[in-house]
Design a protein around this ligand. Structure first.
Ligand code: XLS
Ligand code: NI
Ligand code: NI
Length: 435
């Protein structure tokens, strides 16, 4: 049965760079084989259910603008209609994956048990659509930041009953992710942080968060879930300060609580910018530390200074992100989740399709530029030249030796460093040839 929501919109096809059709791909050709793999398998695109289906168009100053046929979202019939429209949208776009929070897909019940029943019914409804050849689940996650019970945090809440509620919520979401054959499970701690240190015992909260994540990992092994457990760094918003500030902070946290090797990172473009980094900085940090998992692709408005979650439109930025991902071997279980939403004036069903078409095309263009840079090898060659001194036997011996041994080479007059150009402008010009 067709809901009619996307009436008049045909499945989006690749038409090549010269197409002027606003609802065609000009760069994303899922079947094109690049480096031995189809583009679809490289990029592993996913639709974020919360932005594309659940968000009603409100902002801090105004209410809902979208008024979709499945709003308000407090009824099971409308939750199923929303699911029908979602899967129609995935099919129109040829999206291979999608992602959800529990709260995006089911109405909240009066009790935990009622919410759970609603959730399980929708998960079964999804399972039916996925068995029929629908897209796969890139990851599931729990919304532990919208309901007022979570206003002071989930695992870091001063009230142990909220910790218990969070445990029950995550357990359900992990079970559902496992049931749907999900590739990964994500935890983003929107309210795992503080508003003021005046009322916050930071050491205790971090210990509780570390214990919680260990429980999640223990449960993953108990149920035999094969996907990655990922945490998603973000420095602030909604909390004034979030503990999972950025990739480096998360790595330190994982180490302290014995979770390296168990938990990887889901990195988001806009969160990187909020943390004062570039996206490629966050990716390079994670790949260097061995904790890269997946990406949430979007962009912020660079003037507004908050997480505007717009669809990506900057090819050079996206190219550098994929360059670092490719250099680390590409995605394994991760993918490119469009954690991006329409502007609240973009009311039409066509806007929703166009937003994803544009995002997928920008990613495809950036990805192809990254592939070309990897194949050309210019950046890699520049790195090899810059660090070639470290290939000498003296340098290798020094790394294995002591501070005094290194000092002795200098004192004996053997060492006389000569500064060499970092060639930044040359390399920037090089990158410009590809983007
Ligand atoms: C919010 C986060 C959120 C996570 C999933 O800023 O990006 O959407 O990806 O909870
Ligand atoms: Ni975000
Ligand atoms: Ni995100």
């Amino acid at each position: 049965m067709n809901t009619g929501f996307f009436d008049g919109i045909s499945p989006v096809r690749y038409e090549g760079p010269d197409s002027t059709n606003p609802l065609a791909f000009r760069h994303y050709n899922p079947d094109e084989v690049i480096m031995g793999k189809r583009m679809e398998e490289h990029l592993r695109f996913a639709v974020a259910y919360w932005h594309s289906l659940a968000w009603e168009g409100g902002d801090p100053f105004g209410g809902h603008t979208f008024e979709r046929p499945w709003h308000p979202q407090n009824d099971m019939g409308r939750a199923k209609l929303k699911a029908d429209v979602a899967f129609e949208m995935f099919a129109l776009l040829g999206q291979p994956f999608y992602c959800w929070h529990d709260a995006d897909i089911r109405p909240e019940g009066a009790t935990f048990a009622e919410s759970q029943r609603n959730f399980e019914e929708i998960i079964d409804y999804f399972a039916g659509k996925m068995d029929a050849g629908g897209p796969r689940l890139l990851w599931g996650t729990a919304n532990m930041f919208s309901h007022r019970r979570f206003m002071s945090g989930a695992a870091t809440n001063p009230d142990p009953d909220v910790f218990a509620w969070a445990a029950a919520t995550v357990k359900n979401c992990m079970d559902a992710t496992q049931k749907l054959g999900g590739e990964n499970y994500v935890l983003w701690g929107g309210r795992e942080g503080y508003e003021t240190l005046l009322n916050t015992d930071m050491g205790r909260e971090l210990d509780h968060m570390g214990r919680f994540l260990n429980m999640v990992v223990e449960y993953k092994h108990k149920i035999g879930f094969k996907g990655q457990i990922m945490v998603e760094p973000k420095p602030q918003e909604p909390s004034k300060h979030q503990y999972d500030y950025d990739a480096a902070t998360c790595y330190g946290f994982l180490q302290k609580y014995g979770l390296e090797g168990e938990v990887t990172l889901n990195l988001e473009q806009g969160h990187a910018i909020l943390a004062g980094h570039s996206f490629e900085h966050e990716i390079a940090t994670a790949t260097s530390l061995g904790v890269f998992g997946s990406i949430d692709m979007n962009r912020n408005d660079y003037q507004s200074g908050w997480d505007t979650d717009q669809f990506p439109n900057n090819v050079p930025e996206v190219a550098l992100a994929y360059y670092h991902i490719l250099n680390a071997g590409g995605f394994t279980r991760g993918g490119t989740n469009f954690d991006a939403k329409l502007r609240r004036q973009s009311l039409d069903p066509q806007d929703l399709i166009a937003a994803h078409v544009g995002g997928m095309d920008v990613c495809a263009r950036g990805f192809k530029a990254a592939v070309a840079m990897v194949a050309d090898g210019g950046l890699q060659a520049a790195l090899e030249t810059r660090y070639c001194g470290w290939d000498t036997p003296e340098a290798r011996t020094m790394l294995g030796g002591s501070l005094e041994q290194a000092a002795a080479r200098v004192v004996s007059g053997d060492v006389d460093p000569q500064p060499r150009s970092g060639r930044q402008e040359m390399l920037e010009n090089y990158v410009n040839r590809f983007v």
